[in-house]
Every structure is written in C-alpha cells, then in structure tokens.
Write a protein that binds this ligand. Structure first.
Ligand SMILES: [Cu+2]
Length: 572
C-alpha cells in the first residue's frame, strides 16, 4: 500500500514517480543549489515563481498531465508520505530554562569586538541612553552556542541530526527557554558553532542571525536578516527588557500597555530562515512583569511557571520515506506542509496533567502550516470543549476570552488557559482542525456552509474549511489525572487578567470571537513576517492599546528607533 503526504492511497507507479521527483530535487539541492535565487539563475523557475514543468523533477508537472485541473496549486498528492510513526507513546519534552553564566570571555564591549570575532552592526544603543540602568555588561548574561545535536523525534525514526541552542548546560531544539523580567536587562552571546555546509544533511545554511521575534530591542541586537555571521563568529545581543516609551512619552519606565510576554527566538538568516528554523533553530523567550509574574499566588495569579505554564512549539515536518531522515524540499515553492506533527521537538507526544488550570503558550514555528486548535474528547466528539485565550502574539488581552478554538499563523503565538478539572480522569487531545491543502495557507470558508470551493476541480467536491472533530491532526494527548488538585488560579469568568491601564475601545477581536466561536487571525506564511489580522480597519486611531486580538503593538510597528523609546528598526 502506498500513500502520499495527505495519507491518501496512491498507485505504486504514482508513488515511484513521487519518490523519483523528490530524489532528483534533493540531489539538485545537495549539488549546491541552496536558494531560490539559484533556481532562477538555473532557469528552473518560471517568471511567476513556479518550478518549471519538467517531468521527473516537478511532481506538479506530473499532476498537470494527469489531473487536468486548472488550479495547479491544489494538487493534493505531490509528495510521498513520511514513514509511519506511532502516536502518543513518548512524553512531551519541556524545554529547560536557559542558564545564565557568571561572565563572558572576552568581556562584552560597547562597540563590536571585531578583533575577537564579533560580528555586530553597531555599538550597543541602550548603554548610551543610560549606562547605569543598562550597563555594557549587565548582571544577567547568557552564552548560547548554535551547533548540531542528535535528536530522537520519534522512536520509529532514526536519530536525527538537527541544529539547536546550547546554553552551556543543555543543548536542545527547541532551545532553552529564557525566563526574562522587565527591569532586568540581559545580554546573550550567540556563537555560531554549526558544522560546515557540506555536513548539513541536505539543507540548512551554517550562517546565522538570531532574532528575538517581536521584542522591543535595539536594532544592533535585533538579529536582522542581513546581520548574519559565519562559523566561529559571535554576536553580543543586548536585550534591555524595558517597556516601549521609556525614553519618549512614558518616562522613565515605559508604557504598561506595551508589555510583552510570550516571545520566541529563531534564526533569521536572509534567504535561509525557513530552512534554519525547520532544522531546529527556534526557542522561547518569556518576559514576566509585576502582573504576569509566573507565580499563581501573586499579580494576575496566572498558572505558575514552569510547572503549570507550558510553552508549546508546533512544527510540521516531512521525513524521507527511504531513509527516515528529516527532509526539506527547497523546490516546493508553495511552502512545505509536513505530514508529521511535532510538539516541542517530538512527534505527537503525550502530557500527563493534573485536574486544574494550565497556561499553554502556543507557537507556530512554521514553515507554512496554519493551525486552528480545538480540544477533542474522542469519546464525545459532539462536545464543544471551551478554553480561554488570555494573550495574543505576546500581549495579554484586556480580558480573557472564552473560545471553542483559536487560530494562529506562522510565527504567531497565543496563550490559552485550559481548565482540566472538567476532564478529570479522561484522555483528551489538542487537535488542529484547520483544513490546509498547500503551503499557501488554509482553505477559505467562502463556500456554502463553511466550505471552500478552492480545489473543487481537482478534488471533485467542495472541501470543509474546518474538519470534523477527530478528523484533523491530533497534536498532543492530555492524560488528565482523576480527583482534584490544588489550583490557586482565579475563575477566569471574573476577568482577573484585566490590564491595569488600557484605552477603552470596541473589541473587534472579541466580537469576531463571538460571531465565529473562534479567535480568528490570518497572516502570511513566512516566519520572517509578522502577522496581521483580517478584521475591519480600525476606526479608532492611534493604534495603541493592545485590546485587539490581532493587533500589533507599537513595539511591532518597525518605524521608530529604540533610542526614541519605541522600537528597533526591524523588530519583527
Ligand atoms: Cu521572527
């Protein structure tokens, strides 16, 4: 029996065709074709960015002849399936908390230490604003080496060589989780210790720029795509952990409305961000303050970190059916969709939880998959199992919003609270029910009854935008203990997350949630890009208060200097 990447049965001849095409593409990549620009130079891409219709190379070209559909982007069967893997037999990995170091050698300097191999675009800005508050060598220091690591992503697959972050104590992918605090500046020395390109296993560029996505950071420390550096070089990245506006219109401490919480770091190397993040160069950066304290007996009393506050990095990947090794198809210009779903670096893990509230920080690490998360009880598929959204893209919402599902796009985050007391003694699943047929994005819901007419000619029927419960991708299994458990969190019905100061405006995001039963957002498909909502234009400028479920903060606006207290040049 032969299957494609969508789990559909295909003929043996078709399967061999797909395998050959994939093998030919990999060989071209291994031969030194490492970017789309090379493909253009070789004449392998059309002006429209499509792979030329060459048999034995483009499985789409094959599809054009056999399917006869007019919408070639809808080809659902152009990749062989990854090898079979069992689900829910290994526990969810929890990334370790990043460990600080007492000092760095050589000592960090204001100007780039080029003599010793530092590659940085400019001198640190923060110490030049206030050297007392932001000393050149702050009290919190990290040293993170990027190097290859061995990982078991499923016991049914061979050990994988991927790339991770090493804080000196743990070398993991996703990397160690930063536990950062407002008012406590820190510096991370990122060192490129990756193997040479000819040992990259077929994809990945050993040249890095580590970006702290969405953070309000000085441009020289931002990890801009073009601030990359090679093996053996390093970059000192200064994270002031200060609220936007601290040196501008909200002196001295900044604007509390600009508080960020769930951030992530990832490689941002121009042209290779997708490959390098797919290869493992991602991690969480959690920023706490006096309200979001990480302790459920203080502040907003959100579930305590790290025991009940769990970062979840989602990724979908493809494995070579002949070797079982992680594969990346550079020729798939619609964006790669994987048929294996990883959470924190493991394919379909389980997580044993207590019957109480947990906070989960959901992150879509891409490269091209959108998710709409539901809680699914396999013994009661008709049940709607609500949970709470408390933050989007790093900002706490003014009030928690109860939803039946929440959607995120690539690079987006959403913080949710699940109360497992309602599921005591049960096994339930976090399920992605969003229907996505290719890397360009999920299918729309513009057809009748929430269906899409995308791909109708290829599929012969309309397709649902949201798959029925139990028929999506089961990502994570929760085994909920029986009985009761201590839970210091307040009832979210009484809105304990309400922010101390916010501008009151109509909550478009909230209305959207009520109408559709889901907090919907939608954006691009590149981890480089910040996501924007599709909601109606905001009639209430200026865009300040983080009270919109898909609204960027001004720290995300990308057009003000950190020195003016608002932003780095490119904070996305
Ligand atoms: Cu980013």
């Amino acid at each position: 029996m032969y299957y494609n990447v969508f789990g559909e049965k295909v003929s043996r001849a078709r399967y061999r065709e797909m395998l050959t095409a994939a093998k030919n593409r990999r060989e071209l990549i291994a031969a030194g074709l490492t970017s789309r620009r090379d493909l253009f130079k070789m004449g392998l891409l059309t002006a429209g960015g499509m792979l030329v219709a060459k048999s034995g190379l483009s499985s789409r070209a094959y599809g054009q002849t056999v399917n006869g559909g007019t919408n070639q982007l809808c080809l659902p069967n152009n990749q062989p399936a990854s090898p079979p893997t069992r689900a829910f037999i290994e526990p969810l990995p929890i990334m370790p908390i990043a460990q600080t170091v007492p000092s760095l050698t050589p000592t960090p300097t204001l100007a780039p230490n080029t003599l010793n191999g530092e590659v940085r675009a400019a001198s640190h800005q923060a110490p030049q604003i206030d050297s007392t508050r932001f000393p050149v060598v702050p009290g919190t220091l990290y040293q993170m080496r990027q190097h290859s690591i061995l990982a078991i992503q499923s016991p049914d697959l061979p050990t994988q060589t991927i790339w991770g972050f090493d804080d000196g104590t743990h070398a993991t992918s996703p990397g160690p989780t930063y536990q950062a605090f407002y008012g406590r500046p820190q510096l991370t020395r990122n060192i490129n210790a990756l193997p040479p390109a000819n040992q990259n296993g077929g994809f990945g560029m050993p040249s890095v720029a580590t970006h702290l996505h969405n953070a309000h950071n000085p441009s020289e420390s931002d990890g801009n795509p073009c601030d990359f550096y090679g093996i053996g070089n390093f970059c000192d990245q200064y994270y002031p952990n200060v609220l936007a506006g601290f040196n501008f219109d909200h002196k001295p401490n900044g604007d509390i409305n600009e508080s960020l919480s769930t951030l992530w770091y990832h490689d941002h190397r121009v042209d290779f961000t997708a490959q390098n993040t797919y290869k493992g160069l991602v991690g969480f950066y959690l920023l706490f303050n006096q309200f979001d304290t990480g302790n459920e007996t203080t502040g907003f009393r959100l579930p305590s970190f790290p025991q009940f506050d769990i970062p979840l990095a989602f990724a979908d990947k493809v494995y070579d059916p002949t070797t079982g090794l992680l594969a990346f198809d550079l020729f798939n210009l619609d964006g790669i969709l994987g048929d294996k779903f990883l959470v924190n670096g493991k394919i379909q893990p389980f997580f044993n939880v207590q019957p109480r509230r947990y906070r989960f920080r959901l992150l879509d690490t891409g490269p091209s998959r959108f998710y709409q998360f539901f809680l699914t009880d396999p013994n009661n598929l008709g049940a709607t199992n609500p949970f709470w959204v408390i933050a989007n893209d790093g900002n706490l919402l003014p009030v928690p919003v109860q939803v039946q599902s929440v959607r995120i796009g690539v690079a987006e985050r959403v913080d949710i609270i699940i109360d497992f007391s309602q599921f005591a003694g049960k096994t339930i699943y976090l399920e992605n029910r969003l229907n996505q047929l290719n890397g360009q994005g999920p299918v729309d819901d513009f057809g009748p009854n929430g269906t899409s007419q995308e791909c109708t000619q290829v599929l012969g029927t309309t397709t649902p935008s949201i798959l029925p419960a139990g028929q999506g991708n089961l990502l994570l299994q929760f085994n909920v203990a029986g009985g009761t458990a201590v839970d210091n969190n307040p009832d979210l019905q009484v809105r304990p997350v309400e922010r101390p100061v916010v501008h009151q405006r109509p909550l478009h995001g909230l209305q959207h949630v009520q109408v559709h039963g889901a907090a919907k957002q939608r954006g691009g498909v590149d981890p480089d890009e910040p996501q924007r909502g599709l909601d109606p234009p905001d009639p209430h400028p200026p865009r300040r208060a983080p009270d919109h479920i898909a609204q960027p903060t001004t720290a995300d606006a990308g057009d003000r200097e950190f020195a003016q207290g608002r932003d780095s040049i490119a904070s996305q």
